[in-house]
Ligand binder design. Structure first.
Ligand SMILES: NC(=O)c1ccc[n+]([C@@H]2O[C@H](COP(=O)([O-])OP(=O)(O)OC[C@H]3O[C@@H](n4cnc5c(N)ncnc54)[C@H](OP(=O)(O)O)[C@@H]3O)[C@@H](O)[C@H]2O)c1
Length: 328
């Protein structure tokens, strides 16, 4: 398989390159694509030094099988259909196509069957949604009436510019008006991510609901919560409360059994040592801790995952591997 990484110089693109080094998709070196800002940059991949190419109208696409895109919605809207027209499957990290009825939205541990045959756009879900669903999918047989999910989202979720803002402020630098966050983030937090709709719900909160419904194939599923940006470099954390219509004292042990067997998930059972973003940066699996039933009609859990990996680059590479296995 010949793979291109579009956005190879970004936070997500860089992780994709590292993952391709040990992936079956890395049987030949990937092509690296980005904007004029970084075209010509050299990036090490295994023992080779690869040169970042400019993505423009002259870019040759038809030697490729798969394009892994992490270059924002605008680039995806313009380029994903062109890749597909050239016979290239696209796995895109932006929100551009996630809710398009014609496009599969995939978390390999949840709905691998959605991966299509042939060249097509496949969307990688929102990072918080992926991390949430790794923990929720094994519990869906318990039929919650409602899920409350409050997120604590790392600055790298806003890309290189988000990390730069935290690093600068943490070392005494000033907040800048062109930072991706509307207020200083060091020593602070901000309980609103993305535009706020007429109902007061933010775009990030809306994504979690709409995308979860599509991936689970259940339009009656309800997840609500507050998405908060926190001064953490990497890893999103989610405080989850599941509410049920009936009392069931046995629900907690049934939930723990299901979580322990779930793919891609680690259950951390010591309540004194719950999962934390600092420890889980760079880890592929999502961790769940503090699993408890504060009453017999509720379950609560604390979920942490590296959003650059499982929330983006790793999920994308896993989708591409599934696509390759189906189409190889
Ligand atoms: N960061 C996360 O945790 C995360 C999680 C889930 C999804 N995502 C999504 O993944 C995408 C990338 O995010 P990121 O965090 O990696 O952003 P980033 O660090 O800002 O990197 C953006 C990348 O896109 C490239 N790019 C920008 N405009 C381009 C254009 N016109 N043509 C070609 N390449 C272009 C940039 O290249 P230059 O070096 O040339 O500027 C850079 O490589 C976004 O859609 C984001 O929403 C991110």
């Amino acid at each position: 398989m010949k793979v291109a990484v579009v956005g190879a110089t970004g936070v997500v693109g860089q992780e994709m390159l590292r993952l391709l080094e040990s992936s079956p998709l890395g049987d030949s070196a990937p092509r690296l694509l980005a904007s004029a800002r970084s075209a010509g940059t050299k990036i090490r991949w295994r023992d080779a030094e690869l040169t970042v190419e400019l993505l423009n109208d002259d870019t040759v696409l038809d030697d490729l099988d798969v394009a892994l895109m992490a270059a924002g919605s605008e680039t995806a809207r313009k380029w994903a259909p062109r890749f597909v027209a050239a016979g290239v499957a696209v796995v895109d990290n932006s929100s551009a196509y996630r809710l398009d009825d014609e496009v599969a939205l995939v978390v390999p541990e949840v709905n691998p069957e959605a991966v299509p045959r042939g060249p097509a756009i496949i969307a990688n879900p929102n990072c918080s949604t992926i991390i949430l669903l790794l923990a929720l999918k094994p519990l869906m047989h318990l039929a919650p009436s409602r899920v409350i999910a409050d997120t604590y989202q790392a600055v790298s979720g806003a890309g290189r510019a988000g990390l730069d803002a935290l690093e600068r402020e943490a070392t005494g630098g000033e907040f800048r008006i062109d930072d991706p966050f509307p207020f200083p983030i060091h020593g602070n937090l901000f309980p609103s991510i993305g535009e706020v709709g007429a109902d007061g719900v933010t775009v990030e909160e809306r994504k979690m609901l709409d995308e979860s419904r599509k991936i689970l194939g259940d339009d009656s599923f309800v997840v609500q919560g507050t998405c908060v940006r926190v001064p953490v470099a990497r890893c999103h954390s989610i405080a989850v409360t599941m509410l049920f219509r009936s009392d069931d004292p046995a629900r907690l042990s049934s939930a723990l059994d299901a979580l322990r067997q779930a793919p891609g998930l680690i259950v951390e059972e010591d309540p004194q040592a719950p999962p934390t973003p600092g420890r889980l940066s760079g880890v592929h699996e999502v961790s769940v801790g503090r699993v408890r039933a504060p009453s017999s009609d509720a379950l609560q859990l604390w979920v942490v995952g590296d959003q650059v990996l499982k929330g983006a680059a790793l999920n994308t590479v896993q989708i591409a591997e599934l696509w390759s296995a189906k189409n190889g």
